[in-house]
Design a protein around this ligand. Sequence first.
Ligand code: ZN
Length: 202
Amino acid sequence: MSAAGEDVAAYDWWPAAGRSESPNQDARPSGMHPELIVVHAISLPPGEFGGPHVEALFHNRLDAAAHPFFAGIRDLRVSAHVFIDRAGRATQFVPFSRRAWHAGVSTWRGRERCNDFSIGIELEGDDHTPFAAEQYTRLAALIHWLRQHFPAIAADAVTGHSDIAPGRKTDPGPYFDWERLHALLRNPDPSTPGESRPGAST
Ligand SMILES: [Zn+2]
C-alpha cells in the first residue's frame, strides 16, 4: 500500500499549473485512487470573469461585502483540484492524491460520494457563455497528463458535474463542447503538459 501511495504522491502536482494550496481537502478513503475526472464551471460573481473571488472561495476568504451573491456562499467549504481561467491559466489547489471538495452529493455509475475517487477541474465559465479555446487545450493537456500518471482513470471516465448530480447542478453547462474536448483527447498535443512552444499555438 505504501509503495502505491508514494507513486501517486509523486504526481501530486501538475507541473503546468501554479500552486495555491487550499485548506479544503482531506485524505481519500484508504486504498482509493483517482478513477474519474469531473469537469465543472464556476464564475464569481456569476457571469463575471477575471476576478480573484474563485481563489478566495477555495481559501475560505471570500469577501462577503464585495457582492450580494457572496453572503449566501461565504460559509461553503469547497475546493477543486485545478481551476482553469479564461486565458487557459491553470492553478492547482489540492494535491491529486488527496480529496478535494467539489462534487457534493453525487453518483457515478452507481457509486456515491464521487469526491472519494475523482479529480475535480473547474473551468472559469457559466451556463451562458462559450468557453475559450485556451481552456479546452489546457484541459485536454491536463487530462492527458492525469491519464499517464493515474492509470486507474479509464479512457471514458471523464464526466460533468451535471451528470453526477443531475437536478442539482448544471455545470459545466450547455456551452461546454464535449465533442471538442474528446477530439483534443484523441489527438493530444505533443507539447503536453502544456508549456507553450513556438508554433504550437493555433
Ligand atoms: Zn460543479
